[in-house]
Design a protein around this ligand. Structure first.
Ligand SMILES: [Zn+2]
Length: 297
């Protein structure tokens, strides 16, 4: 029986899911301090430790950033700078001596939800991950939509406002500059002139603080514009929303859906279900596992 490991490398943790004989083990390792040292080999060492412990036959890797499908190189990664331009696939295969398949983390989060979570059975599934940034992924008739170069579904960097708020990508008015943790912080700032973290805003909203709840409402309007654009482009049967914001403040999903109902064409809205992710912070790692299983058969 072959065994498979899926890992998800983010700006704060490496999360992993290991599967052998249908048995699944998962875990996570804190790497923010390692990332700040700016040496790719330190991150590779952490991956090596997981490999040595579990000894998988195939490795799937989800990583935040643009992965070139043709070369396996991570071409851009705002949150994991040390790994930018790093020849991911080649270097890991050489060091670990097993086949390695690398994909964007948001795409693999969609794939993970499709195979193991809230996207099961969907024909046209779109998954959005609302976290530090805004990631998107699509699984169409069971197949991951990667795009020609591997950079499809950068829905976070579609423009919703000319000359809008600056985005981490350097553009202005991207959906992500409103619908992400830093987007939420700005929306709150516009109401209050106060700078507090997205976690604090969500805590306040959960405690019934009116201003924080208003900020969440405004946030959900921006989210619904993203959902409307997706609905009009893809006519999906399911959209899954992942990431800390929807997990810790589920009401934002209901608010966005009721806004969407007023904005979108009736026909595609009729056949759409919007759900929260089921795999929580492990969507990407599960997707990487599924990707390793399917690509590395
Ligand atoms: Zn952007």
């Amino acid at each position: 029986m072959r065994s498979y490991l899926g890992i998800d490398i983010g700006g704060t943790f490496i999360k992993f899911v290991f599967k052998k004989d249908k048995e699944i083990q998962k875990g996570k390792i804190y790497i923010r301090d390692i990332i700040s040292k700016n040496k790719p080999e330190l991150i590779i060492n952490e991956i090596k430790k997981i490999i040595e412990k579990h000894r998988p036959d195939v490795l799937g890797v989800a990583v935040a950033g643009l992965v070139d499908r043709k070369t396996g190189v991570l071409t851009a990664s705002p949150n994991i700078k040390p790994l930018e331009k790093f020849p991911f696939k080649d270097e890991l295969e050489k060091t670990l001596e097993i086949p390695v398949y690398v994909e964007n983390d948001a795409s693999l989060a969609a794939y993970g939800e499709y195979l193991y979570g809230a996207g099961k059975g969907s024909e046209i599934l779109i998954c959005l991950t609302l976290g530090t940034g805004l990631g998107g992924g699509a699984v169409i008739n069971g197949k991951l939509l990667t795009g020609t170069s591997g950079s499809a579904m950068e829905i976070g960097h579609t423009t919703i406002e000319i000359d809008g708020l600056p985005c981490h990508c350097g553009r202005k008015g991207c959906l992500e500059s409103y619908v992400s943790s830093y987007g939420l912080e700005r929306v709150y700032y516009l109401y209050t002139d106060q700078k507090i973290s997205s976690t604090e805003i969500i805590t306040l909203a959960n405690e019934g603080n009116v201003t924080a709840m208003k900020a969440m409402e405004r946030f959900s309007e921006y989210l619904s514009i993203g959902l409307m654009n997706i609905t009009h482009i893809f006519n999906p049967d399911r959209i899954v929303l992942a990431g800390g914001i929807t997990e810790n403040y589920p009401a934002v999903v209901d608010m966005a859906v009721s806004n969407l109902k007023n904005k979108a064409f009736h026909l595609p809205f009729r056949d759409l279900t919007v759900k929260r992710a089921e795999l929580k912070e492990f969507s990407g790692a599960y997707g990487a596992l599924g990707y390793a299983e399917n690509e590395g058969k």
